[in-house]
Design a protein around this ligand. Sequence first.
Ligand code: C2O
Length: 535
Amino acid sequence: ASLKKYQFDIQVKNVSRLCHAKPIVTVNGMFPGPTVYVREGDRVLINVTNYAQYNMSIHWHGLKQFRNGWADGPAYITQCPIKTGHSYTYDFKVTGQRGTLWWHAHIFWLRATVYGAIVIMPKQGTPFPFPQPHREFNIVLGEWWNTDVEKEVTKGNKLGLPPRASDAHTINGKPGPLFPCSEKHTYVVEVEQGKTYLLRIINAALNDELFFAIAGHNMTIVEIDAVYTKPFTTEALLIAPGQTTNVLVQTNQIPSRYFMASRPFMDVPLTIDNKTATAILQYKGIPNTVIPSLPHLPAPNDTTFGLNYTTKLKSLNSPQFPANVPLNVDRNLFYTIGLGMNQCPTCQNGTQLTASLNNITFVMPKIGLLQSHYFNINGVFRTDFPDRPATPFNYTGAPLTANLGTSLGTRLSKISYNSTVELVLQDTNLLTVESHPFHLHGYNFFVVGTGIGNFNPAKDPAKYNLVDPPERNTVGVPTGGWTAIRFRADNPGVWFMHCHLELHTSWGLKTAFLVEDGQGPDQSILPPPKDLPPC
Ligand code: C2O
């Protein structure tokens, strides 16, 4: 193990895409930002210095930050923002994880441009549990707005409506030649014939689940969210915001140029978004004049593809990498996900779109929750988040417009140290159904079951996979359906959980777990670093 140091300067830089130039917030002037390369077991110091006129905070998405929420990053949850002219060093150890994760701004909508990959190499001398690739490259999927995203959000908030959709999807910050003025903004990777390549795919988009495929080439899925999977081969994959997927690709086709493409999965098209981002897989020696062909992507509303694909995802569960699924449950939680309407005196129409868990819309505190907990500051949050809705109802029945109003609150669920938790996330049809990628900070969890319709506690648990379920940090709750996850609460701290669609997070589709300290010597939250940004 060694010490890896990075300097992240938050700077505003002019970037032009789609014939539009605009100032964007970046790390070190790069878009996307720099890749963080570490090895399992390393200690990492990342000094973030903020030169921009925005508050900043960076989250290392998927890193467990054992007992060390101080380095997790979500603003007002584990720290207050790094103000203009200030610095903070994220100091953490990478233990028991290897694979692809990513980092992003975790304040306002700034992750629209502030994001990058994290590559964790296995411990020295530990090979991958799959064929050693010849080379590897990162595919970071994102979105681009021609206008200032923060301003769009403010505009939308005044109306109580979503901001307008992005103008393009991007691959490594580039939309590709299907968009205007984008010929030179195309990501091209050069490959040799007859080799195996590892692609580290990250969905950094704000609001879209994405299909991804490569023309003429199959992909073998080997890892999701930095956990090895049972390998399987597929023509296309589905990836939700927050998720990562590693695939092996064999360059076994006629040397040519092939498009790699991503396009949104939209089973409930509230707004039609079928923008296709492209990049090019180019065999060595093939001239740039060869016109690539597009891959076959599933139709935008192909739910069947999504269901088939996700049921194929299974943990590797080998002797070296066992899946330690909790078989008994100490604490059963059932949270309903609702999109609805609320009163909004400051909005133009007096109402606003809102989102809730168990009918509670989360209100961001003014002081970091972790600090409030650690230093016993009263009045910042409550720990009475309900384990289940007060009255069960037909969650996925006809739109339940009578029940749209939600209550507001900064309410957390308190979890005993080392207890095993099962959480069923149930989509509801309060206003409309939609799929929601849920992300839990500080943990991986096992996705033990999923289904369409209302969760049935008498029947569905019998069908759980408790042997080799996928282990991840972000999971899609299907449209009009449910997902059951399990984890052992062995990481004390305050851990955010939210929908990773930025739109829904900003509407309040979030909560946090307060995992109590244990009694043992290594079972409590570490002391905060000296330079933790003050509130
Ligand atoms: Cu990648 Cu709280 O998020």
